[in-house]
Ligand binder design. Structure first.
Ligand code: HEM
Length: 418
């Protein structure tokens, strides 16, 4: 254990650092033969799981990184009856579709509406060939003990857009630094309790079984982005950052790539720099999902660790000409938190979807869902910040997902495999 008692050899590597490779495969599986799966979980999967310690040192990283997480149905299949103390996890994401603002589940990937997903394997590497090799080798080791239900291949966008999501904006700039793990937070950031992200650690107020300590709930969402449809109307003021990552609160009228790339400055703002919407619009995505000083303090207990990756191809010439998506692309959204209802779900339901939160200037233009209803947002026009813009199309369409628990390695070798 380190100074704060975090056992970095026991915590899976995607949670606090993110596997951050050029390619990532989300392999959703069902458990077919429980006894055999349990044995192989300990003998064949456990040795391949990448820990946080390994993530900290490039020289100890395997060619292909692997993490694993289970749904409540997966725990049921493994005959693990302990409650993890999270009702959203217990009920599963399908039950939550309406709360999250999804306009029904007809857009959902069919596999996410069924009962067959017991867990997800996350493979990350520099190339698809490496990932395919790791998948075939694990599939042959697992034999008939598990079956593939669905998979989604994520990939960083090609240069010069690597690190940018499909609308073009640099992503992965702001994740919370964690007490006892992040030695020195960047300017504008302050540490959150380890227990906001990790189950059973200081600051987690849930009731958890001992074996779950150091684990985290993994929210997976397949979020389709309508890139050619919205290209013209989409802007930095909807995100709250320019494409380079420069915050509009600090650079309201033009992109500033030097600021965008400067880790010592690109998080150094509170939204108190401007009092109206001449800086960052009140409803911008980064302001909705992390209101900073808008709520009086950033210590809201509502932080998530994001570890998603884009999926799908670049926009083709035909798609660009016709302003119509023909091949799906989007964000394979992943967030970690110790309580789903304080993390992802709170951000989506209570903040992003709300017309009247904080300054009350409309839902989040990117992910705010009002179940198909028109969204009225102010602040998008920097020359007239009180003007209301009516957004009638969704830029992001939920294709569904699932709630998982990413257990500590000690639970993989212990509770879950015996
Ligand atoms: C930040 C895009 C979905 C929560 C960002 C940023 C971008 C972005 C470009 C700024 C870069 C950064 O700060 O790292 C998107 C897109 C989405 C999406 C395109 C969907 C396709 C979501 C969802 C949530 C979320 C579903 C949670 C419900 C956040 C948070 C931040 C963020 C918490 C950081 C805010 C901060 O600390 O300043 N997103 N996002 N995002 N997003 Fe999203």
């Amino acid at each position: 254990a380190n100074a704060a008692g975090l056992n970095l050899d026991d915590i899976q590597g995607d949670i606090l650092i993110g596997m951050k490779k050029m390619k990532e495969l989300f392999y959703f599986f069902g458990i077919a033969d429980v006894a055999s799966f349990k044995t192989k979980l300990a003998t064949d999967i456990l040795p391949l799981i990448t820990t946080t310690t390994q993530m900290l040192d490039n020289s100890t990283q395997p060619i292909t990184l692997l993490n694993i997480a289970f749904s409540q149905r997966g725990l049921d299949a493994l005959n693990v009856s302990d409650s993890l103390g999270d009702s959203d996890f217990f009920n599963g994401q399908f039950e939550d579709a309406q709360n999250l603002g999804d306009p029904g589940t007809t857009n959902w990937v069919p596999e996410f509406t069924g009962t067959g997903i017991h867990g997800v394997l996350l493979f990350a590497s520099d190339t698809v060939v490496n990932i395919n090799d790791a998948v075939s080798s694990l599939e042959s080791a697992m034999g008939n003990s598990m079956t593939k239900v669905y998979s989604l291949s994520g990939a960083a966008r090609p240069a010069p857009n690597a690190g940018h999501e499909h609308f073009g904006f640099l992503d992965g700039i702001s994740n919370p630094p964690v007490n006892g793990f992040t030695p020195s937070p960047l300017a504008g950031q302050s540490n959150v309790s380890a227990g906001e992200i990790l189950v059973g650690e200081d600051g987690d107020f849930g009731t958890r079984p001992d074996w779950a300590k150091g684990g985290s709930f993994l929210v997976f969402r397949q979020l389709k982005q309508l890139v050619p449809e919205v290209r013209t109307s989409f802007g930095a003021r909807m995100v709250g950052r320019w494409k380079s990552g420069a915050p509009v609160e600090l650079s309201p009228l033009f992109d500033d790539p030097v600021l965008g790339a400067d880790r010592s400055r690109n998080n150094d703002f509170t939204f108190a720099e401007t009092t109206d919407q001449s800086g960052c619009p009140f409803g911008a995505h980064i302001r909705k999902t992390r209101p900073r000083i808008d709520l009086g303090t950033d210590d809201t207990g509502r932080h998530i660790m994001r570890a998603g990756i884009p999926y799908g191809p670049e926009v083709s010439t035909d798609e660009a000409t016709e302003n119509t998506t023909s091949t799906e692309r989007g964000l394979a959204f992943v967030s970690y938190q110790s309580t789903i209802g304080n993390g992802f779900k709170f951000l989506q339901q209570t903040w992003a979807n709300s017309q009247f939160f904080a300054h009350g200037q409309g839902p989040d233009p990117i992910i705010g869902a009002l179940a198909g209803a028109e969204r009225d947002i102010t602040g998008l026009d920097p020359t007239d910040t009180t003007k209301t813009t009516k957004l009638t199309t969704d830029f992001v369409v939920s294709r569904g997902g699932e709630y998982f628990f990413s257990p500590p390695l000690s639970a993989i070798s212990g509770k879950l495999s015996i």
